[in-house]
Design a protein around this ligand. Structure first.
Ligand code: ADP
Ligand code: MG
Ligand code: ZN
Length: 648
């Protein structure tokens, strides 16, 4: 879905400059080379034949009876028979029918001849030689016929593969190994952050890169460290490529881009050579940006690649990227941006310090983000007064920037088809339907479903605020992401290595909050809480069998080590049922706590759900504002945990 920014067409860098490495096979790629080779070959054959015959006196052809006469006259010195053909030499020259005379002659003995030629020759003391009538071919012919086809095949292979490679690098004339990177007009960059919406956090992260590229000297003086490599991670169509271009546009620096997938099918060595060239050009043009799109195409973990047989070209290209990134200092003014939608499969070597050590996640936009993106793409589209972009945004959860651009396009096309002067809300409604139905990965949620999800997530979020010991709630969203219909993001204040029982209970209460909210509001529960229940079960189980947090089971650790493999339990049936009872008791206590707290704070739950339905997602400050809870406010009374409450 990559598209070029509007504006002047991308200028190609000259592609006929020679590669730094001498390319010994270069001449093989021209048609002229092959024509010359063919001419030389033919000339060689002709000349060697001519030379052979020139070194001999001419041979005259005489009739067989003339030959017999010469024998009987005693003029023949020697004969050589090759089957029926006879050649020989004479003392005095003999003449053929045309009058040419020579001491060398040839003749043909008829198959029907019954004369005793041998006796006659013996009688006149003629030297008799004989030759194999099917003589072995000359050495050059032997060599040619045995190696020729192989040489031809190899040469043809080289020719075509080189030609394919250079065609890939910009037509037949493109020099082999030359980077396909496009150099954009550094003076008039066409895309800026103005053209990117809905991902403000990412823009803020990249602003630093822009500032550095604008004034590298300032950073050098201050000794500031700037990342060499920034990896943009996000689903397709979320605007990663657009962002990379916008960084170059903002900083007004040249932008060198390359798609890693280009190397996958190329022959070994092309990728590495292009990467080398790309970095050399960018460094010469510094400050500049190098953009490697679809990094996962070559940057896949080598451990994983080995398993499926490996790929030399990917490996070499990847190694070249690593070498190049290690080989320069970011203070030179070159920053490498890369994009991927599969950060999980990337080779760890790429993520090491000094390489892509800065990672920026590009999330799908929330409702406000979608509205802003729609506004960008409708800048040049006449809108009817009833066209409400905010409403369009609220009806399109899950759509990313590229989808929204298509949506606008679709709506404008629909309006044009109907001959309307401006795009109406009805056009948008049709386009939404088309876009959502056309892409299976999108979930078309009914208003009812959205509301239920909003209450579910609000339940999680509110309990995260209310229960003492819970991790602070950073964000809550009902934008579908992957398998999840909504997400409540809670992150610990700092890294924890030791969990208190109250923290674990807070986690379980919070996890049960989604289900509890649904039950409170609708009176029934749905299947949407499967994950939550898995979490609760796991925590309660570990509390009982691993961390000795059940007074009835006691301070014992039954965690199954290797024994699990053999289905052995290191405890009795009686203990097993006690463990089950305790796990259930703990989970049920947490559920009761969740339901009680939500019932007590129903007004805040409703406010949160309403705000979510309006905005799709809320950050920490907005959550606190909507619920009226200040972060420092004392939370609800600690929930009573039976037995010893000492920290584990
Ligand atoms: P990615 O590289 O993440 O797959 P692209 O950058 O190629 O996505 O996005 C394709 C197009 O979708 C962009 O050129 C732009 O027109 C539109 N688009 C995507 N994200 C945004 C956004 N956040 N703001 C504005 N337009 C966007
Ligand atoms: Mg892209
Ligand atoms: Zn949930």
């Amino acid at each position: 879905m990559a598209q070029r920014p509007p504006g002047p067409p991308a200028a190609r860098t000259p592609t006929n400059t020679p590669d730094k490495k001498p390319d010994l096979l270069a001449p093989m790629r021209t048609v002229r080379f092959w024509v010359i080779l063919a001419i030389l070959f033919i000339a060689n054959v002709v000349i060697s034949n001519l030379a052979f015959s020139a070194s001999q006196p001419p041979t005259v052809t005489i009739s067989y009876n003339a030959f017999l006469d010469q024998v009987n006259a005693g003029n023949v010195v020697s004969v050589t028979s090759t089957g029926e053909a006879i050649t020989g030499t004479t003392k005095n020259a003999v003449k053929d029918s045309s009058g040419t005379s020579s001491t060398k002659f040839q003749t043909q003995r008829p198959a029907f001849a019954t004369d005793d030629l041998e006796a006659a020759l013996q009688q006149h003391k003629v030297v008799i030689n004989a030759k194999d009538p099917n003589p072995p071919p000359p050495v050059w012919l032997t060599l040619l016929s045995s190696f020729g086809p192989a040489i031809l095949i190899v040469a043809a292979f080289l020719y075509f593969s080189r030609r394919a490679a250079s065609a890939g690098a910009g037509g037949i004339l493109g020099a082999f190994g030359q980077s396909r990177a496009r150099l954009y007009d550094a003076e008039r960059p066409s895309v800026t952050f103005e053209d990117v919406a809905g991902i403000d956090e990412v823009k803020a992260d990249l602003q630093e890169v822009v500032d550095f590229l604008r004034e590298p000297q300032k950073y050098q003086r201050l000794g500031g460290t700037v990342p060499k490599g920034v990896l943009l991670i996000g689903a397709p169509g979320t605007g990663k490529t657009l962002l990379a271009r916008a960084v170059a546009g903002e900083a007004k620096v040249p932008f060198f881009s390359i798609a890693a997938s280009e190397f996958v099918e190329a022959i070994v060595g092309v990728g590495a050579s292009r990467v080398r060239d790309l970095f050399a050009k960018a460094r010469a043009a510094a400050p500049a940006i190098i953009f490697i799109d679809e990094l996962d195409a070559i940057g896949r973990s080598r451990a994983a690649a080995l398993r499926i047989g490996g790929n030399d070209e990917q490996e070499q290209t990847l190694n070249q990227i690593l070498t190049e990134m290690d080989g320069f200092d970011s203070r030179e003014g070159v920053i490498v941006l890369a994009a991927t939608n599969r950060a999980d499969v990337l080779d760890p070597a790429l993520l090491r310090p000094g390489r892509f050590d800065r990672r920026v996640t590009v999330q799908p936009p929330d409702r406000r983000g979608r509205a802003a993106i729609l506004r960008i793409h409708t800048r040049k589209v006449p809108l009817a007064p009833d066209a409400d972009l905010d409403q369009v945004a609220s009806q399109t959860p899950g759509l990313v920037g590229a989808d929204l651009r298509n949506l606008v396009n679709e709506a404008a096309l629909g309006a044009a088809r109907k001959g309307e002067a401006a795009v109406t809300m009805a056009d948008f409604a049709e386009a939404i339907e088309k876009t959502l139905l056309g892409s299976e990965r999108k979930i078309l949620l009914s208003d009812q479903d959205r509301e239920r999800i909003a209450f579910h997530e609000s339940g999680h979020a509110l309990l995260g605020l209310l229960v003492p010991g819970a991790d602070p709630v950073k964000k809550v969203t009902i934008v579908p992401r992957g398998m999840a219909l909504g997400v409540t993001l809670q992150s610990p204040v700092d890294d924890r290595f030791n969990y208190g029982e109250d923290y674990l209970r807070a986690r379980m209460v919070g996890a049960l909050g989604g289900r509890a909210a649904e039950r409170l509001v609708y009176g029934v529960v749905t299947t949407g809480a499967e994950n939550d229940l898995q979490q609760v079960t796991r925590i309660a189980h570990e509390m009982v069998v691993r961390w000795g947090m059940s007074p009835k089971v006691g301070p014992l650790n039954f965690s199954d080590g290797d024994g699990a493999m053999f289905q052995q339990r290191p405890y009795s049936e009686a203990t097993a049922s006690l463990i089950d009872d305790e796990i259930r008791r703990i989970a049920e206590e947490c559920q009761a706590e969740a339901e009680k707290l939500l019932a007590e704070h129903r007004a805040q739950l409703d406010a949160l759900a309403r705000a979510l339905l309006r905005n799709d997602s809320l950050d920490e400050a907005e959550i606190l504002e909507v619920t009226g809870i200040s972060s420092s406010q004392a939370k609800a009374p600690a929930l009573p945990a039976p037995g010893d409450r000492g920290r584990g």
